[in-house]
Design a protein around this ligand. Structure first.
Ligand code: GLA
Length: 512
């Protein structure tokens, strides 16, 4: 691994000047008046179950929508762009969607796949309140988040789920039916409110007697709870391992409670994305998909510090083989924007935030925003709505990135200077070191992230060899929407500490 990167850096140092993007903003925002369609290119549903999908689209208002070849059972609202109904028959339907305004029109294919267990065919994108509101959550705050999901423009770029985390739970009645507490007077009405915007609604529970915050969990009431969630109109369940006791930590016992809820969701009559939160215990990535789990947490709770984000993000090595359409690794929520810990903006610097979102997109991670949506500042909005970055995350092939090279620049410099001079000069542990992560995309190109994990600016490089590419290749900086030209066999960039450059390398195969 290290050898690759040393070679890469030596080669790049001699071959061409490293790319330095620091004369430009970290993130470039495009505000086009012409219509454009964004977000996932594939979505799934079970025949006969309610389906809702908002076509994510931007451009000068008013927009109007059209769809050709919708499967029987689905309808499009031409003014809102909401596709709704229930598909009659299993199959793969290529729907041509179109959006128009006074400036022009745009169209592209959306694959709707109807069958058993066809949920979360791309990583879920949305919002979860835990990292901003924690226990202090109520109906008004969730409605507010749904409003801002639309008003901020996030929904127009593919963000879809408005989820509730812990602390909504009230008591069970004499029949064992769970009710929401006084902060959520009518869960069904809240779900309806979210659905009228074309968005999807998420709920939370735990397999134990109590949730992590001490509210009633689902133990012994799994079928009943799944039925209640379906009646309310839930589209997503975060099932959080707390208070469930296992006699031994053997695999079958660990899996049991998740299997029980999986079967309950299957039987509940509604499509509910199944998200497990159990801090990455028992190598869940190895068995989650077999239980029809759509996403599983691979780590403990994230914080808005570089230590937390980089510690979680870069330790995902090896998990990539377990991710794919319908079953994703979840390295936890995005810690950008206005958060709870200091009741203010994230502790991450803008540079670190670019590295965070770059890595999560490469990992095909769910993009669940955890901030106060009403306080979305322009930088955070631009960070979350860069369509080229979202396209990497949402790529329909669903291959998660792997780390293809790792290096530390002290070693590299010592090598280049042919001695231990550099090591003595710095006289400490390596300060600048880098990772290269890459994933193949469905259009035949590679998404590649060059990361500087160190404390000083560094040149991080990759060669076509480690990426499996041959011959001259076009390189594009996706955060800045900028073609950088053709490179023969390697690419290097000077990157600030804790920063990243996110690239698309290669020629897209023709797409109809
Ligand atoms: C756990 C989860 C968090 C959040 C809380 C709620 O810590 O990992 O994401 O859901 O519980 O109590």
């Amino acid at each position: 691994m290290i050898a690759f990167c040393i070679l890469a850096i030596m080669f790049a140092t001699h071959a061409s000047e490293p790319y330095i993007g620091d004369t430009e903003p970290l993130v470039v925002h495009i505000e086009a008046l012409e219509p454009a369609i964004h977000g996932p290119r594939v979505t799934g549903t079970t025949p006969g179950r309610p389906f809702i999908f908002l076509i994510p689209a931007t451009g000068e208002a008013p927009l109007s929508f059209a769809a050709q070849d919708l499967p029987k059972g689905l309808k499009l609202d031409e003014t809102t762009g909401i596709i709704f109904g229930a598909v009659h028959t299993a199959g793969k339907y290529m729907v041509r969607i179109e959006v128009r305004n006074a400036k022009g029109h745009a169209s592209r294919d959306l694959a709707i796949i109807a069958g058993e267990h066809m949920l979360a065919l791309t990583p879920p994108m949305g919002w979860n309140p835990w990292n901003v509101w924690s226990r202090d959550i109520d109906d008004a705050k969730v409605r507010d988040a749904a409003d801002w999901m639309v008003n901020s423009g996030l929904a127009a770029h593919g963000y879809q789920y408005v989820n509730i985390d812990d602390c909504w739970e009230g008591q069970r009645d004499a029949n064992g039916v769970i009710h929401s507490n006084e902060r959520f007077p009518d869960m069904g009405a809240l779900a309806d409110y979210i659905h009228t915007k074309g968005l999807r609604f998420g709920i939370y529970s735990s397999p134990g007697k109590e949730t992590c915050a001490g509210y009633p969990g689902s133990l012994g009431f799994e079928q009943q709870d799944a039925k209640t969630y379906a009646e309310w109109g839930a589209d997503y369940l975060k099932y959080d391992w707390c208070s469930y006791k296992v006699a031994s930590m053997n695999l079958a016992e660990m899996q049991k409670p998740f299997e029980v809820m999986s079967e309950a969701l299957d039987a509940c009559g509604r499509d509910i994305v199944y998200s497990l939160s159990q801090a990455g215990t028992a190598n869940i990535w190895e068995w989650g998909a077999a239980l029809n789990v759509n996403l599983w947490r691979t780590t403990g709770d994230i914080r808005d510090t570089w230590e937390s984000v980089s510690g979680i993000g870069f330790s995902q090595v090896g998990h990539e083989t377990y991710a794919g359409p319908g079953h994703w690794n979840d390295p936890d929520m995005l810690v950008v924007g206005w958060l709870k810990w200091q009741k203010g903006p994230t502790h991450l610097t803008p540079t670190e935030q670019v590295a965070h979102i770059s890595l999560w997109s490469l990992l095909a991670a769910p993009l669940l925003v955890g901030c106060d949506m009403a306080k979305l500042d322009p930088f955070t909005r631009d960070l979350l709505t860069n369509d080229e970055v979202i396209d990497i995350d949402q790529d329909a092939m669903g291959k998660s990135a792997s780390r293809v090279a790792q290096c530390n620049t002290i070693t590299v410099m010592a090598k280049l200077l042919e001695g231990t001079f550099a090591e003595r000069w710095f006289n400490r542990e390596p300060q600048a070191w880098g990772d290269v992560w890459a994933r193949p995309l469905g259009d035949g190109t590679m998404a590649v992230g060059l990361f500087n994990r160190g404390e000083i600016p560094g040149v991080i490089a990759t060669t076509w060899d480690v990426l499996g590419l041959e011959g001259p290749q076009p390189v594009r900086d996706v955060w800045r929407h900028k073609d950088l030209g053709e490179y023969d066999s390697s690419f290097s960039a000077k990157i600030p500490p804790h920063g990243a450059v996110l690239l698309k390398i290669g020629r897209p195969a023709l797409r109809k």
